[in-house]
Each structure stands twice: as C-alpha cells, then as structure tokens.
Design a protein around this ligand. Structure first.
Ligand code: AMP
Ligand code: MN
Ligand code: MN
Length: 335
C-alpha cells in the first residue's frame, strides 16, 4: 500500500515507536494464516507489554493457534477471528509479508483501526501498512520485537521473554540455520536473563509427542524420495495419510533437508483439494524464487506456496521448477 512510512534496519525508528508510546489505548494483534511461533510469540509479547501499560488488547487471526504451541504464555487469548471488532488505535501485524495472508481480516482492520503497523523480516514484504518496519537481516520477527520493547523501555517479564525466545528458537531451527547471527545469540541471551527457560521451551516444542506420533513419523519418513543425484528430496503426504495435527506439530521438511547431498527439500501436504508446499534450500538455491512462481513467498532458504491438488500434479509442477532452479544454480550438473 503506497503512502505508508517505511523504515528498514534493526533499530526501530521513532515512526515505529510513536504508536506505542502512550499509556493506555486499544490494540489489535492480527496474525497470519496457520500461525507459527514467530507470529504468535511476537504478537503476544508486544500485546502483553502494552497490557502492562494499561492498554486493552485483542489477539487473533484467520486460524486458531496450533495445540503444539499451547505452552506460549497468553496463548489462550489468541483465537480464530470471524470479525475483528474494534475500534482500535492501532492494529499490528508481525511476520506477515503479504496482507492476503490474513484472509481478508486486514480489510476489516483497516476500517477498525486508525493505524496499521507491519513488523516483518521477509524480503518479499509488500509494505501494505501505514508504518512498515522491515529488517531482512533479522532471523525472526522475535529479534525485532525485542528491539522494539527495549526501545520503548518496556519491562521484559518472563512471559514476554518466553514468547520472544520461542519465536527465535523456531525460526532458526533451534539456532541451527544460516539466518543465525551474533545478534540472534545476544537477543536470546537477554531473553534467558529475563526469564525464558531454554530447556523448558525445547521440551515443550520437541518432546511432547503423542505415543502414536512416532508411528506416523515412521509412515511419513517411508515416503521420502530422493532424485537428481541426491540434490532434490521430497516427502508427499496425500490427504488423510497421517493426522493433520501431527503434521502441524512436526517440521517434516527437515528430514529430506537433512540428507547431506540435498540442495532443495520439499514437503507436499494435501488438504481440502489444495496442496501446501514447504521448500527448504541449503546454500546455493534461492527457494523463495521457486515459491514465487506459484504465488507463494518466504525467505531465501525457507519458503512456501499453496497449489491446486491433487498431490501428484502439485509435485510435477513444483519439482520441475526446483529442477530448473538447481540447473541454474549449477549449470551442467547432472539432472
Ligand atoms: P513453512 O514452509 O510453512 O514453514 O513456511 C516457510 C516460509 O515460507 C515462511 O516464511 C512463510 O511465511 C513462507 N510461506 C509459506 N507458505 C507461503 C505462501 N503460501 N505464501 C507466501 N509465503 C509462504
Ligand atoms: Mn510465520
Ligand atoms: Mn518469521
């Protein structure tokens, strides 16, 4: 959306801080489709900080929070919104590059709120708000909201610290991906000092599987396929192959990604006639460019798109695009 203020970089400008400076107000924390820990952790952290200063805050988005993130402090406040309500002084979107990822709720928010603020780390952000703060160097929006709260002088309570720590934990694959920087660890250290408990977050994220989940994991892993001299690997789950709640609580694309030779890994999940595709790159291939060909987006090494089913057709189209990207990344490599 043109006409808005744009600010880039790791330190929030006054235009970003000003909407949150007053004591007391009404805010909407608006999430993106299928919310993950980065969007939920940042909306909750900022919302809880505002509530601490007397604001009244509403939280929600097009889909409910996944059960696996039920440990985030304040998550019971977040739910699926049919109507955004209001009026609000400010509506905040975090980790949301494209207003379409609110499934139309942004249009209601524009009517209900005096100001829309967009805080995001995706390179393909559409700058759709009145105030757009973009930091493509941030590993997670969690790093940005930490800077925002610091600049506002907001107390980092343990619930706020836990939300931001979890946001950073998940978007960095537990501090393992190429987006991790010294700043990531500095921020994480400050959040642990403020009361985030790393072992508790890890256990909550990765060690709360249902007993049956290991069987579903086995069924899923048996579907991994590898081609193109080991450079391309994928995992396809037709509708009903394993429970949706299981897929939501696992980063299944990490398994094809974990193969040494793989440059591009894909996960295809069929649901309701559509196929949700997760793409991961290791190093030389920009998977965001593959996702963009199908109307999706994301980051250089982690992107996604949703394409029409059935799963076989989705695989044909996306794997062809992935092969083209591999050929471009290393011309002459075996196909
Ligand atoms: P995921 O594979 O769902 O974990 O998503 C990885 C990255 O790709 C995240 O940054 C998402 O915001 C982005 N992404 C996933 N699906 C889409 C989509 N359909 N449209 C735009 N971006 C997407
Ligand atoms: Mn997200
Ligand atoms: Mn993110």
């Amino acid at each position: 959306m043109s006409g808005g203020v744009e600010h880039r970089g790791s330190t929030p400008a006054e235009a970003v801080l000003a909407p949150f400076r007053k004591d007391g107000g009404r805010a909407l924390m608006l999430g993106h489709v299928h919310p993950d820990a980065d969007v939920l952790g940042t909306l909750l952290a900022l919302g809880l900080a505002l509530e601490g200063r007397g604001w009244s805050v509403a939280y929600g988005g097009p889909h409910a929070a996944p059960g696996a993130l039920g440990f985030l402090p304040g998550i019971e406040r977040y739910g699926r919104l049919a109507e955004v309500g209001g009026p609000f002084d400010v509506a905040v979107l975090t980790d949301c590059p494209n207003p379409q990822r609110t499934e139309g709720l942004i249009d209601q928010a524009r009517r209900a709120a005096r100001l829309i603020v967009n805080i995001d780390h995706h390179p393909d952000n559409r700058r759709y708000a009145d105030v757009n703060w973009l930091d493509v160097e941030a590993a997670a929006t969690g790093e940005m909201v930490y800077e925002l709260l610091e600049a506002l002088g907001a107390p980092l309570t343990p619930p706020i610290a836990t939300n931001l720590f979890t946001a950073i934990h998940t978007d960095t694959g537990s501090f393992r991906y190429s987006n991790v920087t010294a700043r990531t660890f500095r921020t994480a250290a400050a959040l642990v000092a403020a009361g985030a408990e790393p072992a508790l977050v890890s256990e909550s994220l990765y060690e709360r599987r249902a007993p049956d989940a290991l069987r579903w994991l086995g069924e899923s892993l048996a579907r991994v396929e590898v081609s193109d001299a080991g450079r391309l690997a994928w995992l396809a789950l037709p509708a009903g192959a394993v429970p949706e709640t299981f897929v939501e609580s696992e980063e299944l694309v990490n398994y094809p990604r974990s193969i040494a030779t793989v440059r591009v890994a894909c996960l295809f999940r069929e649901r309701g006639g559509e196929v949700k595709v997760s793409l991961r790159g290791k190093g030389d291939v920009d998977v965001q460019r593959i996702a963009a060909q199908f109307g999706g987006g994301g980051h250089r090494s982690a992107a996604g798109c949703t394409v029409p089913g059935p799963v076989a057709a989705a695989m044909r189209a996306v794997l062809a695009a992935a092969r083209a990207a591999l050929a471009e990344a290393r011309p002459g490599a075996p196909r």
